[in-house]
Design a binder for this molecule. Structure first.
Ligand code: AGP
Length: 613
């Protein structure tokens, strides 16, 4: 998964816009970086392995003259991170430059054809083939755009691409299928980019491109076409204008705002993001529509990846225990396990904060082919999921730049809990007045999450886990799902092998791992007092036990060997427990990572949005 940007301006050097855009896109990948600038003497390319900051300072990018150019920050899919595989890539004669986010499925076939036709491919990437393909198609085309369209028509897989050519120094071509691409509409300039933060400093007027759309920008023009089975259809100027959205959030939301890392900023933002999710959705009629769909469906399938899957698990819990509806959670990349049993009367709730996760989109497409209706729960307006779902509903959590999902997790839970309550009204389990009480109780969540963050920042030491390379994070009932998310955070940010499983399972094997001082954390939600036995089992075998629970939740017996961490009270309301417990584990993971010398915003091997299979 990579970040791409292309800019053309009528009167200014665009290198500073490119470099700022690369900084904003670095969360999408950071193993190599590159820039192409179209100048009087043709196209110049600078590219290297390494992160954005080192690249920009090494090549003094901001001082490069030129009014049209491309930028790319890479997360390797084809070919290891090195200078040759870094984007942009060029054709044989160095007259075309391409940057790309995605994966070409017909990479090998294209490479063979192009090499047979005499092209010399110098890198191991699929992207370079695009430059050679355009070059090759120029022999059969009357214009560069025609060659571009012919080349794009031959690509299979996922791609968001931006292309410049030295014969048209004021134009950037673009195309997208399955990988996100937006247009930033400016004054005297236009830009294409993988994501809104790349251009937000310069313009808040955004057009979200759809799959199959391609075209070009000049400093004063945006031309969009749709590649259809019937051929190339131009999108009218009126439609383009109607698709321009004004982005409400500004630069601050896309910057660290004084915090050392985006992850910490976004953890601390949760009182606001949870409130925004609540207030932005509580009266949204879309939730009623979704609720009636869920109440009347044959089966409910809940799918997502990573943190979004964990939020989905809490949804299955609330759907069952608030609305009396059974649902089947399935990890998106494992959708085949269920596929054959899915049919027309079923509803799929697909959860993805980016709305671009390949696995989740593939699961959605597979279930739709089986006739299921799809509800998309996402944080990004115009994302692929929002456009491919039958009904889309938005978390309204604001942009999440940190690779680790934090505020979007608690926002997903908030939104999914509201949907569960409204579904209970449709199933008749809750009457109108009861629904009002349940909904009103959620208004307390922002204060609980605020208090939880404050306490956690205060009490969590920098080296909670010491030198341990492993830990257990256990829970029962809803706590088992909170524990899953906790373990993921600790794994992906602090690189400690934290394993979660339902606490009751301890005696069925995992407890064999316990030796003196082994760290065992319990996410003790108020629905499962029987967890006390599991706590005592672990403590009795010398584990270093920490019980994280709401302060007003009295476990049946005190466990003197265990350390108890008191989080804000939740009055035994299981709907509020996640807001009391989750921040503790987010902050534990964050502090552990920083103390171990890792950068929480750039965890190794990870990218914010995984748009590859
Ligand atoms: C969570 O911290 C990770 N960044 C990852 O597991 C993420 O939740 C997963 O890739 C799904 O992303 P999505 O919500 O954008 O679909």
């Amino acid at each position: 998964m990579c970040g791409i940007i292309g800019v053309c301006s009528i009167d200014r050097n665009i290198a500073p816009m490119i470099s700022l855009g690369l900084r904003r896109l670095e969360y999408r990948g950071y193993d190599s970086v590159g820039v192409a600038i179209v100048g009087e003497g043709g196209i110049q390319v600078w590219k290297a392995k390494g992160d954005v900051d080192s690249f920009l300072s090494r090549f003094k990018v901001d001082s490069i003259a030129g009014r049209t150019g491309l930028g790319h920050t890479r997360w390797a899919t084809h070919g290891p991170p090195n200078d040759v595989n870094a984007h942009p890539h060029m054709d044989c004669r160095g007259k075309i430059a391409v940057v790309h986010n995605g994966v070409l499925r017909n990479f090998v076939a294209l490479k063979n054809i192009l090499e047979l036709r005499g092209h010399s491919i110098v890198s191991e990437t699929d992207t370079e083939l695009i430059a050679h393909l355009i070059e090759d198609e120029k022999h059969f085309s009357s214009s560069f755009f025609e060659a571009f369209v012919r080349a794009v028509s031959r690509l299979e897989g996922s791609y968001a691409i931006a292309v410049v050519n030295e014969d048209e120094p004021h134009r950037v071509y673009f195309a997208r299928v399955k990988s996100p691409l937006i247009i930033g509409v400016g004054n005297g300039f236009n830009a294409v980019a993988s994501d809104i933060p790349a251009v937000i400093e310069y313009t808040r007027r955004i057009i979200v491109l759809d799959d199959g759309e391609l075209g070009w920008i000049t400093p004063g023009e945006v031309k969009v076409f749709k590649l259809t089975d019937e051929g190339l259809m131009e999108v009218s100027r009126e439609e383009i204008l109607s698709r321009v959205v004004f982005i409400e959030w500004g630069v601050e939301a896309a910057s660290k705002h004084g915090y050392p890392h985006f992850m910490l900023k976004e953890i601390v933002e949760q009182p606001d993001s949870v409130r925004s999710t609540y207030e932005g959705n509580v009266s949204d009629p879309v939730l009623e529509t979704i609720a009636s769909l869920l109440a009347s469906s044959d089966n409910i399938i809940v799918t997502g990846a990573g943190t979004s899957y964990h939020a989905g698990l809490t949804f299955t819990y609330y759907l069952a225990n608030i609305a009396g509806r059974h649902s089947i959670p399935i990890i998106a990349s494992e959708h085949r396990i269920l596929e054959g049993a899915v049919g027309r009367g079923d509803v799929v709730v697909a959860i993805s904060q980016s709305g671009e996760t390949f696995d989740t989109l593939e699961a959605v497409r597979a279930f739709r082919r089986r006739g299921a209706r799809v509800v998309g729960v996402t944080n990004v307006v115009g994302s692929a999921l929002s456009r491919e779902a039958d009904i889309a509903v938005y978390m309204r959590a604001g942009p999440e730049i940190g690779v680790a999902a934090t505020k979007t997790f608690t926002s997903q839970i908030m939104l999914l809990t509201l949907i569960s309550i409204y579904t209970a009204r449709e199933t008749g389990l809750l009457g109108g007045s009861e629904v009002k009480v349940e909904v009103a109780s959620l208004a307390e969540a922002p204060n609980i999450v605020r208090e939880s963050i404050g306490r956690s920042l205060e009490i969590i030491s920098d080296r909670e886990l010491g030198e341990h390379r492993s830990a257990y994070i256990l829970g029962r009932g809803l706590g088992a799902h909170v524990a899953k998310e906790a373990a993921l955070k600790i794994k992906e940010i602090a690189y400690v092998h934290a394993e979660s499983y339902p606490a009751g399972e301890s005696k069925h094997g995992p407890i064999a791992l316990i030796d003196e001082g082994f760290p065992v954390y319990f996410a003790a939600t108020t629905d499962s007092p029987e967890i006390t036995g599991n706590i005592m089992e672990m403590a009795a075998r010398g584990a270093r036990v920490v019980v994280v629970k709401p302060e007003d939740y009295k476990l049946p017996v005190g466990v003197k060997e265990a350390k108890t961490v008191e989080m804000p009270p939740t009055r035994g309301d299981i709907k509020l427990d996640p807001y009391a417990l989750t921040p503790y584990f987010q902050i534990l993971a964050y502090k552990e990572a920083v103390a171990r010398g890792y950068n929480p915003d750039k965890p190794r091997n990870l990218a914010k949005t995984v748009t590859v299979e």
